[in-house]
Design a protein around this ligand. Sequence first.
Ligand code: GUN
Length: 283
Amino acid sequence: MKLIDGKVISAQIRKELGERTKNFFERYGKRVGLAVVLIGEDPASKVYVRNKISGCEEVGIRSFAHFLPANTTQEQAVELIRALAEDKNVHGILVQLPLPHHLDAQKILREIPTEKDVDGFSAENVGKLVLKERGTVACTPLGVMELLKRSGVDPKGKRAVVVGRSNIVGKPMAMLLLNADATVTVCHSKTENLKEECRNADILVAAIGKPKFIGADMIKEGAVVIDVGMNRDEQGKLCGDVDFDNVKEKASLITPVPGGVGPMTISMLLSNACALAETAEEL
Ligand code: GUN
């Protein structure tokens, strides 16, 4: 077994991004700008947002942090996004999900213009991904593809199994693997014979949200195992969707949690922000 070290790969990417933001500044006389909006008090979201903002600082992106209270109204949220949409210093807008239940998340996300949709969640960007056109792609699946690439794994012709079908991870992940010429199966909570499906995978991506759900009996000998999960185990310790200690014996390559996909998600966010800024200023 070999570990795919997301921290090492991520550090390399952030070094490259530091050069990119420096070039951007020299060329356009302004910095790449990313607005990060957090509504409410979800403790996990607070940690993610803090990491996103410190990622911006690390590579020289100017961040615009907006922390709104949990009782923010739909109108107040929409008003903020509209102001950010108009702001010439803001190249990308991120609204951290999930939003408090009284808010209509889709309606709020639709206020983000496609050219500032740094998460790639808009219908237009999802459509472009399906059509294999250039657009912004969701950060986590993009980070998984980058991990595979920089670990020398080519999905072409391989059987890839994605467990999970969320809009943020599972669906765009499956599409990226398909676009990279893998034979893709998407499994979910209603899948019959999940174990057998997983055992067919040359590349397994776990994005389920259940601690240590993928056991060694679900893994083909020599498979590449990518763990997107971020859970807490019974002891409150951070763990993935994969039972790492047992699965690592069978996998040829495996990502740990923490230190696998997580840092890559943020690196891809920063990379998406740079790409949006470059496109906006080139116009
Ligand atoms: N919540 C969990 N993952 C993400 C993400 O990639 N982007 C946003 N905006 N919210 C999230």
